[in-house]
Design a protein around this ligand. Sequence first.
Ligand SMILES: *Cc1c(COP(=O)(O)O)cnc(C)c1O
Length: 414
Amino acid sequence: MSAVLSAGQAAAGDTSAELATESHLAHTYHPLEVMVESGEGAWVTDTAGGRYLDCLAAYSAVNFGHGHPALIAAAKQQLDRITLTSRAFHNDKLEPFAAALAALAGKDMVIPMNTGAEAVESGIKVARAWGYRVKGVAQGMANIIVADGNFHGRTTTIISFSNDPVATDDFGPFTPGFRSVPYGDAAALEAAIDENTVAVLIEPIQGEAGIVIPPAEYLPAVREITTRHNVLFIADEIQSGLGRTGATFQCDNVGVVPDLYLLGKALGGGIVPVSAVVGNSDILGVLGAGEHGSTFGGNPLAAAVGTAVVELLATGEMQERARMLGARLDARLTALIGRGVVAVRTAGLWAGIDIDPELATGREVCERLMLRGVLAKDTHGSTIRLAPPIVVEAADLDIAIDQLEAVLEELAGR
Ligand SMILES: *Cc1c(COP(=O)(O)O)cnc(C)c1O
């Protein structure tokens, strides 16, 4: 443990000097002062040779760890064959990928895209087209219900239904057709539905909001309400899905099957951006040729990596591992309540930790964790999140929590 600590400290000192030079990057991020150079499994190494346990895993895009052998092998093999054809032609990797992903989700059709935001945009377009062509909503009248505190990405339409002023200020005018209701309140959601409602779009757990887990009865109620009103239930599982919460989808954990899954992040194995909308052909089949697309969507490299990701998940081992390690994470974090921690929310290997705001901001805790060789990210105010790769060793997970404990003691004693 002290080796981890000194390596992290030495590295932080060296890299911050390097990072002090003028940047040519727009100021849209405020990264921790660590210059990562390489990674393996749950660990990354910086340019000074310092090692850090990665407890963010690129917001769950690296669920299976840095450089997972099966995923790297699939990518390397495909790099030597062909990487991009566009959808103007078939490629031999895409149909098998779609079939495997649809089977994993228990659905029969896939729209392949690249980033998460594109999957969300695709879901919105599908829902509107379904509303006009199948449900019979009057042209231009469709509305979609979303939840307060949502995070679905950064495009102009998606920020149109964000409640976060940092995401929206000075970016208007906004796309109409969305109604936001309190998250976790099924009655409010039902009250917002009218004859023009085509979909409900929600995160089964709100990740960016701080790993906010709704009451157990919420998602089943949303399913029942949307079915009764002939409204599509779109689950944005871009961060919560693909193993993170101890199941293939967080919806599985609460016994709910949405109409559409929006997937991204881990679907690309941390190698290339791969996202998808997954559903049944009675819904996804409403789109015709030319009505939607993406130059890179469904490219053979992405499809090869995505197929390897689905194969990893098909055995259930990753989900089981997240469940087991998650129970350990939950027990150890819960023990910190009252000792600098105000509240803890976990779902599998995913934790939101509210630090006592009197003690420190989330940012400050993350900076101190970094000096101790643990990389984590604050969400809002005094909340930090932990989402290590699922391949993390139990002993390494313990190191991360030991270091958090040490940071809290340090802060209490200053
Ligand atoms: C990250 C995220 C997105 C957006 O994904 P990008 O790949 O960054 O566009 C959408 N929804 C949720 C829930 C996310 O966590």
